[in-house]
Design a protein around this ligand. Sequence first.
Ligand SMILES: Cc1cc2nc3c(=O)[nH]c(=O)nc-3n(C[C@H](O)[C@H](O)[C@H](O)COP(=O)(O)OP(=O)(O)OC[C@H]3O[C@@H](n4cnc5c(N)ncnc54)[C@H](O)[C@@H]3O)c2cc1C
Length: 380
Amino acid sequence: MDFELDELHRTIRDTARDFTNREVAPYATKWDKEERFPAEIIPKLGELGFLGIRIPEEYGGSGLDTLAYATIVEEIARWDGSLALTVASHNGLGSSHILSFGNEAQKQKYLPRLATGEILGAWALTEPGSGSDAAGMSTRAVRKGDKWIVNGTKMFITQGSVGGVCVVLAVTSPEKKQKGITAFAIEMGTPGFRASKHLEKLGMRSSDTVELSLEDVELTDDHIVGELDRGFIDTLKILDRGRISIGALALGLGEGALAEGVKYAKDRKAFGKPIADFQAIQWMIADSRTELDAARVLLYRAAELADRGVRFSTEAAMAKLYASEAATRACNRSLQIHGGYGYTREFPVERHLRDAKLCEIGEGTSEVQRVVISRALLSA
Ligand SMILES: Cc1cc2nc3c(=O)[nH]c(=O)nc-3n(C[C@H](O)[C@H](O)[C@H](O)COP(=O)(O)OP(=O)(O)OC[C@H]3O[C@@H](n4cnc5c(N)ncnc54)[C@H](O)[C@@H]3O)c2cc1C
């Protein structure tokens, strides 16, 4: 196993870092304060190929691997968790479902537009009454002649109001439980399909999170992504890779906060010397450095397994669990190093801490990751 990025991935990292420093870092705090989705940055992300990272070149994408995807998300997250969430969910959920399970017509129709950012992808699994127990959803698609009529509500959907196409999971065969759920690609603007509420959040404030409502939405078999009744089985595979990107997002937030903490510790003086001279501060920095490095190794392992085409569910869950909790600790320590200033919005660490907390919840809570990891051991 290689613990260093190779030349290609170093180039990708440097490109993403340079872009983030120029185009994101100066505005991230402003976007967060305004709680505004920064639509103006989307075409620039598209030009760099960051919106079609794993989409093959034949569909206009960058044709890169999971490690490249994780690297880009990490670099953006160093400065802006919200934008990193946009990139992670667009690439890893909506686009990925169409790429992995869509038919050729759906790929031709959507992937080139998703890759450039002409449209953003959304993915709607969670509902007001079901999150961790995702298969307990109540959104129903009922067959009527040659149509499907879909009714239900989806909750916490990223890009739910700014996206162009959304992969929606709905129950098609209730008696078959999780083997009776189907994925449908629904374009925004389809009659009966709308964002019914914008959600105000602790963090990730400039990413778009909405409740989606489906009222008698008429679809045909052409909207089905993958096979009828196999949507939930496919969803579990989408979530595996998605968890690597949430781990990468967490890692980036932790790295960003740690860098700020180190800088501040060298600048700030107390009792006649830089606070970096105090052992209490040094230990916080050492703990964050060590834990973030451990998170990186877990992430690179999961990404490498994913790219080798072998099972990586447990490894992705471990990487996501550890990286997200390590990131929250690292952000919290960096805020502590900043003292009272850390508690103000003058410094980015409070935003990083608020953003990092989402990584312990989205795409499966920490508790759910522990269920996935322990189940693999206990059922062996
Ligand atoms: C900002 C944001 C963006 C999101 N984006 C999307 C998106 O784009 N698409 C989408 O479909 N969803 C999205 N989600 C939803 C997210 O994936 C869910 O919030 C998450 O899976 C948890 O579900 P829940 O909120 O219903 O919590 P619940 O499932 O109600 O969990 C509540 C608590 O119970 C615990 N719990 C539940 N079951 C178990 C168990 N078996 N063992 C132990 N503990 C358990 C949980 O860990 C948690 O602590 C987003 C959420 C947020 C906040």
